[in-house]
Design a binder for this molecule. Structure first.
Ligand SMILES: [Zn+2]
Length: 376
């Protein structure tokens, strides 16, 4: 265990990388997938169960936590780790993205964003300084710089203006974060799908200097092809000796494609959200447990999976509890989905270390192309 935040690269294979982030709260093996614990819980999962799936770190949402239960309250109660009973690393976002997507009556100025809570209509203000303070109160291990991100498609002038505002905010975030040994601050590259803007953003962030760098402003409606197009060059613009984080991604094939292009960390609500709507992600692709084809199927969801849903239950049972809207349906499918995502990450880490990422990727796509098992 260390009292510092650090990142070590262990192996590369093409642009793909594997390594480890060391923090006082534990090691994060990369490439890493971070389950999303929006409101101080990964929905339908106990923290021990999240850890059992193989997660080294989870993500908390500043916007949600500042509104309810409130960052000062969490701090009084000992910080987010203690509050939610998760003692491993936590990354918090800056709140900026969710203010843009969820809050009402936003007003954006150079200083920050004023908005009304989607929960109770109360008025709030977020800026680089207040976001750093809230993330400090939460006790986050990896803090994200406060930024602004336009939804794509947006015209280039709007993207450029927004990126430059985010770079000024990145500088203010760094100043407000200060010197906090053991905690990390990540800068966020913006610039939409324009290479020159991505370069300008990367240079601005590198000049300020961060512990890690996120590729922001993707997975906001541009589609996989455009996203991969940016990832073909954007990660390479960021310092190679720092972790690179792709925010809000994604589906399994997005994740494999992002790791192939040099991304080290990702987060997404998809495995947990899908689990609550009867959708499972497997080696063979997506399976809808609501479908009547599963009603008499005594086989597990995935015979090779070691998660509790696959070891203890049939497709018929999962179908039944999904249709009956029983709570255990969301619990079992969330567990399976998170387990599958973590197995995928472990498989990629091993493949990169062994120099066989291309073969891993080919096998990944072949298994999905073969599709789900035939109905009984
Ligand atoms: Zn399973």
């Amino acid at each position: 265990m260390t009292d510092r935040f650090s990142f070590a690269l262990h192996a590369t294979d093409g642009a793909a990388r594997t390594g480890a982030i060391s923090t006082p709260r534990g090691t994060i093996r990369t490439p890493a997938f971070m389950p999303v614990g929006t409101a101080a819980t990964v929905k339908a999962m106990l923290p021990d169960s999240v850890a059992a799936t193989g997660a080294d770190i989870l993500l908390g949402n500043t916007y949600h936590l500042m509104l309810r239960p409130g960052a000062e309250r969490v701090a009084r109660l000992g910080g987010l780790h203690s509050f939610m009973n998760w003692d491993r690393p936590i990354l918090t976002d800056s709140g900026g993205f969710q203010v843009m997507s969820l809050a009402d009556l936003r007003r954006l100025t150079e200083e920050g964003v004023t908005f009304r809570s989607h929960v109770d209509g109360s008025k709030h203000f977020l800026s680089p300084e207040t976001s750093m303070e809230i993330q400090r109160l939460l006790g986050s291990d990896i803090v994200m710089a406060f930024d602004e991100c336009p939804a794509l498609p947006a015209d280039e002038a709007r993207v450029a203006e927004s990126m430059r505002l985010s770079m000024r905010w990145a500088e203010r975030s760094k100043a407000a974060f200060g010197d906090r040994p053991g905690h990390a601050l990540f800068g966020i590259q913006q610039g939409g799908v324009t290479r020159e803007l991505r370069q300008e953003s990367a240079e601005a962030l590198t000049r300020i200097g961060f512990d890690g760098y996120a590729v922001g402003g993707l997975a906001v409606g541009e589609g996989q092809e455009a996203m991969f197009g940016v990832l073909d060059y954007a990660p390479g613009m960021l310092p190679a000796d720092r972790p690179r984080y792709l925010m809000g991604v994604g589906k399994p094939d997005d994740i494999v494609g992002a790791v192939k292009r040099g991304i080290d960390m990702m987060d997404c609500v998809l495995p947990s959200r899908s689990g609550r709507t009867g959708q499972a992600w497997t080696r063979r692709g997506q399976v809808n447990l609501r479908n009547a084809r599963h009603a008499d199927d005594p086989r597990p969801l995935d015979e090779a999976c070691t998660c509790p849903a696959c070891r203890g239950y049939s497709r018929a049972y999962l179908h039944h509890v999904v249709r009956a809207k029983e709570m255990i349906a969301g619990m079992l499918l969330t567990w399976h989905n998170l387990h599958y995502y973590q197995e995928l990450m472990a498989g990629m880490r091993d493949a990169i270390a062994a120099g066989r990422f291309a073969a891993f990727e080919a096998e990944f796509h072949a298994a999905r192309a073969a599709g789900d098992i035939e109905p009984v």
